[in-house]
Ligand binder design. Sequence first.
Ligand code: ARG
Length: 259
Amino acid sequence: MKKAFVLVMAMVMAVMIAAGCGGSGGQKKAEKAPEFLRVGTELASEPFVFQKAGSKEFIGFDMDLIRAIGHQLNMKVEIQNMKFDALIPALSAGNIDVAITGMTITPDRQKAIDMSDPYYVTGLVVVVNKDNNTVKSVKDLDNKGIAVQIGTTSADRAAKVPGAKVKKFNTNAEVFLELKNKGVEAVIIDKPLAEYYLAQGGGKDTAKIVGDLMDAESYGISLKKGSPLTTKINRALLDLKNNGAYDKIYTKWFGEAKK
Ligand code: ARG
């Protein structure tokens, strides 16, 4: 009885080992084959990701960073443009491997997807028209019209303003246009996006930032929940920070001063 049991166990183990070997061999091959890093982004969020007029090339801080990460991982980076609120569904469906577009790491998002370690720290600000002398900070926005981009942390923040009439748009260009047209009193948006708009995005003569930075936010690279790439991306990010490549990219887009 006992002998028979031992014999059966030995056979079962032999089969498992054989199957295991074959399985992992096959898996290794399957893992090596796709050397492409399929990146989803949303354009028109300067200086993180945008295109120059007449060019299809994706440029900006995020694009340089993800290409450097791709290089580090020995993967070919393929970038495609999507609507901001389509990125997380695309990750979950496996249509893209990562998303990078100034996306803030939030506990809510982390329930649905993986997010890398932070690669950029900032926060939200309020932008109003230059001739607006009544709104000095977010505290003055109760019951007022606020424009935000759909699916962003700005939309979450605006939803917390008592009585606010929140207007949501697909792109930040539309958000700023709504402000310019006085369809809203204010815009809530990431500080660097506001600064870029004021410096060279067409808002210089018409808009201004008021109040302080609201709650600090960190940008992360997004991946499908449980993706084996998450640890690799974090490792690559760390390597780029240690070897000076991250600093070079940072300085290229934001200058020395802000660091
Ligand atoms: N950081 C904000 C968020 O994650 C805004 C991101 C805006 N990015 C963009 N591509 N429009 O919600």
